[in-house]
Design a protein around this ligand. Sequence first.
Ligand SMILES: Cc1cc2nc3c(=O)[nH]c(=O)nc-3n(C[C@H](O)[C@H](O)[C@H](O)COP(=O)(O)OP(=O)(O)OC[C@H]3O[C@@H](n4cnc5c(N)ncnc54)[C@H](O)[C@@H]3O)c2cc1C
Length: 550
Amino acid sequence: MTSKSKNLPSALNEWHCLLGDNSMLVGEPAAIQYGACTTPVQRSIPAALLPTSQEQVVALVKIAATYKVPLYPISTGRNWGYGTANPVVDGCVVVDLSRMNRIMDMDENLGLVTLEPGVTQRILNDYLEERGLDFLVPVTGAGPNCSLVGNALERGYGITPYTDHFTAVTSLEAVLADGSIYRPALTGLGGEAVDQAYKWGLGPYLDGLFSQGSFGIVTKMTIALARRPETIQTFFFSVVADNGLESAVGAVREALRATTGISGSINLMNPQRVLSMLVPHPSRETGLTGAIPTETVTRLAREYQVTAWTGVGALYGEKKIVSAARSVIKGKLRPYVQRLVFLDSASLRRGKGLLGIIPRQLPLSGKLSMMAERLDATLNIMEGHPSEIALPLAYWKSGSLPRQGMDHDPARDGCGLIWYAPLVPMVPERVRCYVEMVKNICPSYGLDPLITLTSVSDRCFDSTVPLLFSKNNLDEAVKAQECFKNLFEAGQREGFLPYRLGVHSMELATEQEGSYWDTVRRIKKALDPGCIIAPGRYEPGCHLGKEETD
Ligand SMILES: Cc1cc2nc3c(=O)[nH]c(=O)nc-3n(C[C@H](O)[C@H](O)[C@H](O)COP(=O)(O)OP(=O)(O)OC[C@H]3O[C@@H](n4cnc5c(N)ncnc54)[C@H](O)[C@@H]3O)c2cc1C
């Protein structure tokens, strides 16, 4: 990077002519604005550019190519737990696309929205509400201020019917490293409308290169939106004893199989994960090890009637179909789970059904109303309304929550969080093996094993384990990083590998031998020989000059 950065002043001069003062940050202001991170990573960020159009992106990329200054594009840069806005390597100029936030087209008949990278969940939600359009925003737990394009490019997922957000992407445009524009084949042949309606286009599927890739800056994307169905029913269930996990996994798989197209994801959460939503972190009881002792988990779980596993899912569709699917779910789950309850917002707001789900012996009405509020917010998010309900998780161990009226921003607020997010086959014994692995490894680093298993199909779970630590404590931060590495390596031995990596951990995968990363390296060399776009992002080190050795 050093040889490249000596050209930085010349590149900055040209970018200044192109963008002006108000669309550039240089030096410390850029480092402060984009360097805050929930992981222990902090890259050196010499500058940031804030273009407002595709033309500006083309021009700024050409300048970067001329002076060989590497760029790191972000949409809104809220990739919390995976690096936030930090590049994978030091010395990249951040290209912040958040000012490119136009919704360019909304095809109401086909449910296709075409938008720029800066469009957030909130912007799309407002747009749909203002026009009375009945579509669901593809929400995630990361909340209203996150980009739809950034999340889809990371192959993020949510819980509404189009769970996997890159699957819903039908077309995109990107600026390549030489400043040329990539458009899919059908669009190039004059068929933009049909291209946007059909994911695979024609010829080799190249749009996929831009998801978890470093081959271009995406400036436009078309996403298929799920229509708001006539009814949405959320269901909750409990698995009282831990040894019921295997049969519950089998039942979940059968339930998903039998209700394909109607059921969204089903989540299974362990007690620590559920308690993180219900009680303040019991830091006084963690002792020297740092992790919450088993006795405390057991006591709190008893007090709040949290069972060994808690399940949540939702059904989407016409009333008659949802009603039939509900019977199917009952038939598949009831023999293996307890306290299966179906709810929709209307019944919750009428207070009906609530007693079925809220533990009966809760002593305080405060607890009851808090749980009702959380439930309401959970139903909201299931119904495709962006919400910050999941974000306090990032603050559970370390941060103090933002003041009333301020948005949550875990990186700004000093929260320590690294996500471990491996794929786990939906096979009962494999799930058990995975859970035991996480339960063994996390506490040995002073971290709580907060486990969620989210179905991404009826074949596979994606698990998310937030490694929460205090950012003020260097020792904790180091341990969290070591814990992640140990989980990655132990998981790899058992066949559980992440669906997504953070900037701190890319090389754990990309530096391993294999034809896959070799192919990525060759494509990178062909499309971006100067290693200008996002060096090191899901690619094996063009920034290290490895391409020279070919
Ligand atoms: C409590 C909590 C809950 C969360 N829940 C979820 C969840 O439910 N689902 C989920 O998926 N994530 C979740 N996250 C993780 C993360 O915060 C989100 O995925 C978030 O949407 C990513 O940030 P962003 O949208 O700002 O994308 P960005 O940070 O803008 O983009 C992510 C990465 O994609 C690349 N990129 C972005 N835009 C472009 C572009 N235009 N061209 C080329 N490359 C680009 C960059 O490398 C960038 O680093 C959660 C985080 C927290 C703290």
